[in-house]
Design a protein around this ligand. Structure first.
Ligand SMILES: Cc1cc2nc3c(=O)[nH]c(=O)nc-3n(C[C@H](O)[C@H](O)[C@H](O)COP(=O)(O)OP(=O)(O)OC[C@H]3O[C@@H](n4cnc5c(N)ncnc54)[C@H](O)[C@@H]3O)c2cc1C
Length: 547
């Protein structure tokens, strides 16, 4: 562990990093390699972030393992063996623990320590950081690796305190697992997480009731063991594969088409054949990557959406349940496109009931179950897959104060304001990894995280080499970036859906589209250009000048 420096005028650390998931771990590694001192604070009692907290049955990534993994170390790439195409949570957590050990990261990570406040001390030109264990330290830079989906949304269910059965939040699942054998279980929510949980619990529980408010589109994963020969093939091709991912739209190894063909111009039989092939191969991102204009062109979207609805109708034998499961409230892809194993098939089981909460809204939880307008459903256990306060939740949970004591909550009262999703005007020397208005959740996050970490580390090296004490996003550059992010989003169908991308799942949250949709490859070029121009759009202050 790095110890605070005794010198009174120097900060304790060059950087404080908040969070020890994919982002925090790699940030620590890069900074240490570059000779900076850094301290990571993590609220959980282990590393891994998302993969530490989300231990619910069926939890897996929805990007292929060989791509949803770090690319910074060719030795790590070659050494680690993935067992499945889409690995389960324990395997991803084991991978991240392996990374922590392999790169000797643990000695600079304080676990069980939640950062509660970070205040910029203008006079001293450093951040003063406080945590929930009463600890304080100072750092020149503060890097928020707090995650886009790390703050579960509190369930707003009337009468929840009366329910005598057990309740489980998917994002804080008991470490020893839960045995639902012989129980009547309810699941609230039908997003990505619920779509993974439902088939698993249905196999175990005596009865499962799925309470659905909004039907979501889901694509089969076609998961299976990752054969040794296939893994070897990927490993031999890694440099090329990663290069493709870095330049791609979504951070997966699919090249940007030279002359994109409009989906609406593809003859129906040909489009159908392409979609059948993609459906048989599985994978949500590859479906979107094959026809990226589905996110822009309503006609293209309608054609692909209808194809998926056809698959749902062909899978679910009860026509009433099939219709309820067919999404109609939003265009395909405008809410996170889910990936499943046997999700729609699960509704053919005798022990599974689908309840449409739009037709029969929840009235209250009772001692023994959940009462909707039309019926009382007896439950022994209730699973809450109710989502996250996405993108801004973890940042705004802390008392972050920048220049002149202005809080981030105040600065972002009408929605997040960032330059490149990496920094925010008024908050010198504060960096956000996969912050709002960067591609983040719209990509393979590991690729986006690596891009941000590398950019931040290179930036700090640049500043150190030139004796620069402070870097801060300029307000005009930020305004321009935000206008660009909004223009790109408005040219798509994305803002139409009441999704967590626009904060619609959290009452009172300002409705702003929070991710950058220009694609990871083009975004990377933009960030590189900013750096090459001496950090254009940022104000750099030399050491001798007061901040
Ligand atoms: C169930 C689930 C499945 C997902 N599947 C995929 C997928 O298949 N593909 C994909 O690309 N992305 C997926 N994601 C997104 C996923 O979050 C990212 O891929 C990635 O794990 C994010 O890493 P991170 O380090 O940025 O954040 P996280 O993994 O969220 O880690 C952030 C850490 O910061 C800590 N923290 C937050 N605030 C504080 C504080 N104030 N003080 C101290 N510690 C703090 C948290 O405890 C957490 O451990 C999924 C997310 C979820 C929830």
């Amino acid at each position: 562990m790095n110890h605070p420096r005794p010198h009174p005028t120097r900060p304790d650390f060059d950087a404080v990093i908040v969070g020890a998931g994919f982002a925090g771990l790699y940030m620590l590694h890069r900074l240490r390699e570059a000779g900076f001192t850094a301290r990571v604070f993590e609220a959980g009692d282990g590393v891994g972030g998302t993969w530490y907290w989300n231990r619910y049955p069926g939890a897996r990534c929805d990007i292929e393992s060989v791509d949803y993994s770090y690319s910074f170390s060719p030795e790590l790439e070659q050494a680690w063996e993935w067992s499945e195409r889409y690995p389960r949570q324990p395997e991803i957590l084991a991978y991240l623990n392996h990374v922590a050990d392999r790169f000797d990261l643990r000695r600079d990570i304080a676990l069980n320590t939640r950062v509660t406040a970070a205040h910029f001390d203008q006079g001293a030109g450093l951040w003063r950081v406080e945590n929930d264990r009463g600890g304080r330290c100072t750092a020149q830079y503060c890097v928020m690796a707090t995650g886009c989906l790390s703050v579960p949304k509190a369930p707003d269910l009337p009468g929840i305190e009366r329910f005598a059965g057990a309740t489980y939040l998917t994002a804080a699942w008991p470490r020893d697992g839960v045995d639902f054998t012989g129980q009547r279980v309810g699941v609230i929510g039908t997003g990505s997480t619920a779509i993974q949980v439902i088939p698993q619990v249905a196999r175990q529980a005596e009865h499962l009731t799925v309470f659905q408010r909004t039907a979501n589109f889901s694509v089969p994963a076609r998961n299976g063991p990752l054969e040794a020969a296939e893994q070897q093939r990927v490993k031999a091709d890694y440099p090329h594969r990663r290069a493709l991912s870095r330049q791609s739209l979504f951070g997966i190894p699919v090249a940007l088409p030279d002359t994109p063909r409009r989906t609406r111009d593809i003859p129906p039989a040909e489009l159908n054949q392409t979609l059948e092939t993609l459906w048989a191969q599985g994978g949500a991102m590859s479906l979107l990557a094959a026809a990226p204009d589905v996110l822009v062109d309503p006609e293209a979207n309608a054609r692909v959406a209808e194809f998926v609805r056809g698959k749902i109708r062909a899978t679910v034998s009860d026509p009433r349940a099939a219709e309820l499961l067919c999404p109609t409230s939003h265009p395909l892809g405008t809410k996170r496109l889910c990936l499943d194993t046997d999700y729609y098939e699960t509704f053919n089981r005798d022990n599974v009931t689908l309840v449409d909460l739009r037709a029969t809204p929840v009235e209250t939880l009772t001692e023994h179950g959940l009462r909707t307008r039309d019926a009382e459903h007896r439950l022994d256990a209730l699973i809450l897959a109710t989502g996250f306060d996405a993108m801004t939740g973890a940042l705004l949970a802390m008392d972050i104060r920048g220049r002149d004591g202005r809080s981030l909550r105040e600065a972002w009262a009408d929605g997040p304001h960032t330059y490149l999703g990496l920094a925010s005007a008024g908050f010198p020397n504060l960096f956000l990894i996969t912050g709002p208005q960067s591609p983040s959740v719209f990509t393979n996050m590991v690729m986006s995280i690596e891009q941000h970490v590398d950019w931040i580390a290179d930036c700090l090296i640049y500043l150190r080499a030139r004796g620069i004490r402070s870097i801060e996003a300029s307000a005009p550059a930020q305004a321009q970036w935000e206008a660009h992010v909004a223009a790109v989003a408005d040219a798509t169908l994305m803002p139409q859906a009441d999704s967590w991308y626009v904060g619609a799942n959290v009452p009172g949250k300002p409705r702003v589209f929070m991710a950058y949709l220009g694609g990871l490859g083009p975004y990377r070029q933009r960030c590189d250009q900013v750096a090459a121009q001496g950090y254009a759009g940022f104000a750099l202050t030399p050491a001798a000048v007061a901040v």
